[in-house]
Design a protein around this ligand. Structure first.
Ligand SMILES: Cc1ncc(COP(=O)(O)OP(=O)(O)O)c(N)n1
Ligand code: 3NM
Ligand code: MG
Length: 227
């Protein structure tokens, strides 16, 4: 179950937490049940609705079906690509890429809402995002992914550097699984964003959440035990 006294993206908090991005296509009523099971299986800080091929009406319907599932569990619900629609539909915020419009205008539009910005593997983009008031910066892709064709890659050292110089939380994304996430956690990622590791888990999304939570906890325990 999501724990309400812990961090959401944009807040600093204890250790690293899981951030779920939805599958690229979904049927809202059916997926609402999968989402509820996933969120009830363990600790999740945030859900991002990411439907790249859906029209605006379909995105609105998906928001209406899924937002309450997350928010009723005190899990932040963000919309991908559209700050305006995020505000209109009652989302907690938006995640924007480098091609997703004017970030400063989005910051104004969202007010106190959460703004996350993709920064690929770039220190420069991340500094710019931090300066304009992003609540988190997202780095990736760290590993090969079959969810999306990626043009940019990020190195683990970037997370370490970011954590040493900046307060703004860092989200790591791209091909992250329970088996490969330990170095990202130890390097200081505040959140791990995943699609396949949860929604394509062979034993179902609940097992995916449990597996990611266990891997994060093990990496943190290992890090704490280092002299
Ligand atoms: C948490 C998180 N990080 C990165 C992305 C990628 O955003 P973007 O570069 O805009 O690409 P699309 O998601 O729009 O294909 C993300 N969505 N979430
Ligand atoms: C949506 C997205 N953005 C990325 C980036 O690198 O910016 S990688 C990615 C897909 C993440 O899915 P999975 O966990 O299945 O690899
Ligand atoms: Mg985008």
């Amino acid at each position: 179950m999501a724990r309400s006294n812990e961090s959401r993206p944009g807040e600093s908090g204890p250790g690293c937490r899981l951030y779920l991005v939805t599958p690229p296509a979904l049927e809202p009523a059916r997926f609402a049940e999968d989402l509820a099971r996933a969120l009830d299986a363990g600790d999740v800080a945030c859900v991002q609705l990411r439907l790249k091929d859906a029209d605006e009406d379909a995105v609105r319907r998906a928001c209406d079906a899924l937002r309450p599932v997350a928010q009723s569990r005190d899990v932040a619900f963000l919309l991908n690509d559209r700050a305006d629609l995020a505000v209109e539909t009652g989302c907690d915020g938006a995640h924007l890429g480098q091609e997703d419009g004017d970030h400063e205008a989005a910051r104004q539009l969202l007010g106190q809402g959460i703004l996350g910005i993709t920064c690929h593997g770039s220190r420069h983009l991340a500094m710019k995002a931090g300066e304009l008031g992003a609540d988190y910066v997202a780095f990736g892709a760290f590993f090969p992914t079959s969810t999306k064709t990626v043009e940019h890659h990020a190195e683990v050292e970037l997370l370490q550097w970011w954590g040493e110089v900046m307060e703004v939380p860092a989200v790591a994304i791209g091909g992250i699984t329970a088996a490969n996430c330990a170095p990202l956690v130890r390097a200081g990622a505040d959140f791990l964003a995943v699609v396949g590791a949860v929604w394509n888990h062979p034993e179902g999304p609940a097992a995916g959440v449990r597996g990611m939570n266990a891997a994060i906890a093990a990496a943190q325990a290992e890090g704490a035990a280092q002299p």
